[in-house]
Design a binder for this molecule. Structure first.
Ligand SMILES: *Cc1c(COP(=O)(O)O)cnc(C)c1O
Length: 300
């Protein structure tokens, strides 16, 4: 769903409300998981193993999906165990879902713990399905090729085309899928600006570019080699870190804009967008791609 963005000194700003994605708790992880689920059905899997942090939107979407479909589910989590047992938001949904929770003391152990869970399910006669953290899979990225189809229909109906799309970039699969989608639907004048939530630009841009190419190849999309931009100017010190400006944007988001911007993802992207359009004096049409984060907001 698209809305006009009010209250910023930019006449032509709109928002793609993917935070309102209508299933699995919404957001980009809801959309990715919905698409990954098609592959799970195809492969007749009946158990899922995945990983994420204690407030992972991805793990939340997977946990809900597994519960709804009576599937076994193992979540290998990294982070503070005590915080996980106390916090609301995604942590609470994971706790309530009935998923098996396994803690990795440090991130180097995640892979082997996930493999162990896969083996255990196989040995007990299940057909388990492995999902990379963040839903960073081909199917996860392809969900965004389809989402650009929605944008395409919107541009026809409204006669409005964005010159810039801003979004939060983590694993990069959402940005890669958007870039591939723009090629598929022949948006030749739309720039995508990812605002990194954790990685440095150079590493993030390489990953997004590779995955963008991979999605194009897998879907027979003519690769247009669009510029890949991931800004690392708004990290505020790193993943889940914040500063005064970001806190203010997040705290007042629902009052100022009518939607929630959390400090880990969408708020960072919004903060980056406001600063970037000001510094670069951008007057063209912009689209803020709201990737979600409502449960992160509620847990902070
Ligand atoms: C995971 C996440 C992102 C980043 O998406 P990637 O596809 O991993 O780059 C952005 N916003 C929210 C709310 C997320 O949960």
């Amino acid at each position: 769903m698209f809305i006009e963005l009010l209250n910023i000194k930019q006449n032509n700003a709109r928002v793609f409300r993917d935070d309102l994605y209508p299933s699995l708790g919404g957001g980009n992880k809801g959309r990715k998981m919905h698409n990954i689920a098609k592959d799970i059905t195809l492969k007749n899997a009946n158990a899922i193993v995945t990983t994420g942090g204690i407030q992972s939107n991805h793990c939340r979407a997977v946990a809900i999906y597994a519960a709804q479909n009576n599937m076994k589910c193992s979540l290998v989590l990294h982070g503070d165990k005590d915080r996980f047992s106390l916090e609301t938001g995604n942590a609470m949904i994971m706790r309530l879902s009935g998923a098996k929770i396994i803690f990795a003391d440090d991130s180097t152990k995640i892979g082997s713990l996930m493999d162990m869970e896969m083996n255990k399910y196989e040995k007990s006669g299940f057909n388990p399905y492995y999902i990379w953290g963040g839903g960073h899979t081909l199917e996860g990225g392809e969900a965004y090729v389809n989402a650009i189809g929605d944008l395409y229909n919107y541009t026809l109906k409204e006669n409005w085309v964005p010159s810039y799309i801003f979004l939060a970039s983590g694993t990069g699969s959402t940005q890669s899928g958007i870039l591939a989608g723009l090629d598929k639907f022949k948006f030749t004048k739309t720039k995508v600006i990812g605002v990194s939530v954790a990685r440095k630009s150079e590493q993030a841009e390489l990953i997004v570019k590779d995955f963008y190419e991979e999605i194009c190849e897998a879907n027979n999309i003519e690769f247009n080699d669009n510029e890949v931009i991931v800004l690392d100017d708004y990290l505020c010190g790193g993943y889940e870190q914040s500063n005064k400006e970001l806190n203010e944007i997040s705290d007042k988001s629902i009052l100022n804009y009518g939607f929630v911007l959390d400090k880990t993802y969408s708020g960072k992207a919004f903060y980056g967008m406001l600063d970037y359009i000001k510094k670069n004096n951008i007057k063209e049409n912009i689209l803020f791609w709201h990737t979600g984060g409502v449960f992160n907001f509620l847990a902070q």
